[in-house]
Design a protein around this ligand. Structure first.
Ligand code: PMP
Length: 432
């Protein structure tokens, strides 16, 4: 594949943008490439780069594109919206429609505030949880990523893992001392910690972690967190920025039947445009300004274009519940065939999958359950896998710490092509 234009674009980019990218994992350093591919356009499950190469896409813009890129209905609605203006700094009815749709879809959300990103949603969720409980500390889990606000960038997943650091420089010791961390999946450790420390305002968790690779959460774990929070007066925050409207309309909480006090959303609820949201119990949400004194604001919060794209996306998901079973069936088939091909080629791997998300780990271990397990998986085999797939015209996550993402635009034929490409990659890996 020829990538001359991407290479040129990256050379220029590095002069003006740190590392040439606006989000670290995009640089493809993690897959040992000297430049990333620069994307020009997308449609359905296809991406085209600046050189005209076509790729089948399993990134889905890191989550939003459950309906595929530039879905006709979303596109038509956005076009209509553009004619009316891009941002007013005053409320619009469509914000209310989207809020109502979210409240009606996620059982634990009684009121919701829109933001411009997932980062802002989790940051505000933590702030209101602190104000509500009048306590200062937060508990998060190693390898979970909740955006890049100061107090949540401690032992975080996603790009921090991929780039090889888990705590960010530039954050004060005061901030990090209020953020406690524990390994994901161990309830006894949570019980011990909350018994010893009565200053914990909230527990924030990705109910289905997808930023240290995908983890399959046990229902008992989420149930246990719910019970601990109830008995200790701790606010339980589910960060459903990825899992919201992806595992089910009501997200992981519908999938598992366990409710959070506050839920954060992003990605799918903007249909590919910038948006985030945090919502929960009325009593908590009414503490937010202008009703209460917990401040949250945003010049582009509830942006009309994002909100319209999100509204169309969520309406389509709501009106077509079979989408979720179809996505799950596709992932079941694809990962089943990939497992078979790997076994035939003599490559050891474990695949974690849930709904339309999955991660392939190269390991001889039996299962992958937390960050420690993921750290021990083979990075160089993953890099070979990524690069072989890319040469075959298929783009998967450029990091072993992220999920691969299925959309409704992937056809049976696409899956067969993916399986054949994966087999090719396994042959290369087996020979290494
Ligand atoms: N929470 C989770 C679970 C995420 O996966 C992400 C982004 N990948 C965020 C929060 C932050 O969202 P954003 O990148 O929109 O700020």
């Amino acid at each position: 594949m020829i990538h001359n234009r991407s290479q040129e674009a990256f050379e220029k980019a590095q002069k003006f943008i740190p590392g040439g990218v606006n989000s670290p994992v995009r640089a493809f350093r993690s897959v040992e490439r000297s430049y990333p591919i620069f994307i020009k356009k997308a449609k359905g499950n296809r991406l085209w780069d600046e050189d005209g190469n076509e790729y089948m896409d399993y990134l889905g813009s890191w989550g939003p594109m459950i309906l595929g890129h530039n879905n006709e209905r979303v596109l038509a609605a956005v076009k209509e919206c553009l004619e009316d203006g891009s941002s007013f700094g005053l409320p619009t009815s469509m914000e209310v429609e989207l809020a109502e749709l979210i409240v009606n879809s996620v059982p634990s959300i009684e009121m919701v505030r829109l933001t411009t990103s997932g980062t802002e949603a989790t940051m505000a969720a933590v702030r209101v949880a602190r104000a509500y409980t009048k306590k200062n500390k937060i508990l998060k889990f190693e390898g979970c990523y909740h955006g890049h606000s100061d107090s949540l960038l401690v032992k975080a997943g996603s790009g921090l893992l991929t780039e090889g650091y888990q705590d960010s420089n530039g954050i004060t010791a005061g901030v990090t001392s209020d953020t406690l961390t524990l390994p994901f999946g161990d309830l006894d450790k949570v019980r011990e910690l909350v018994a010893a420390d009565k200053e914990i305002a909230c527990i924030i968790v990705e109910p289905v972690p997808a930023n240290m690779g995908l983890m399959k959460t046990a229902k008992e774990y989420l149930q246990g967190l719910r019970e601990i929070c109830d008995s200790e007066g701790i606010v339980l925050i589910f960060d459903e920025v990825i899992s919201g409207f992806r595992l089910a309309l009501g997200g992981a909480q519908e999938y598992y039947g366990i409710e959070a006090d506050i839920t954060t959303l992003g990605k799918i609820i903007g249909g590919g445009y910038p948006v985030g949201a945090f919502g929960g119990k009325r009593e908590i949400m009414e503490m937010i300004a202008p009703l209460g004194d917990v401040y949250h604001a945003g010049t582009l919060s509830g942006n009309p274009i994002s909100v319209r794209a999100g509204y169309e996306t969520l309406t389509m998901l709501r009106d077509n519940p079979s989408i979720y079973t179809e996505l799950e069936e596709k992932v079941d088939y694809l990962t089943g065939e990939i497992e078979k091909a790997a076994a035939e080629e003599g490559v050891d791997l474990v695949i974690n999958k849930l709904g339309s998300l999955y991660t392939i780990y190269f390991t001889a271990a039996e299962k992958i359950e937390n960050l420690e397990d993921v750290m021990a998986t083979d990075t160089s085999k993953y890099i070979t896998f990524f690069n072989t797939m890319l040469e075959e015209g298929i783009i998967v996550s450029p990091s072993k710490f992220e999920a691969h993402i299925m959309s409704i635009a992937h056809t049976k034929e696409d899956l067969e092509r993916t399986i054949a490409a994966a087999r090719k990659a396994f042959k290369v890996i087996a020979e290494q």
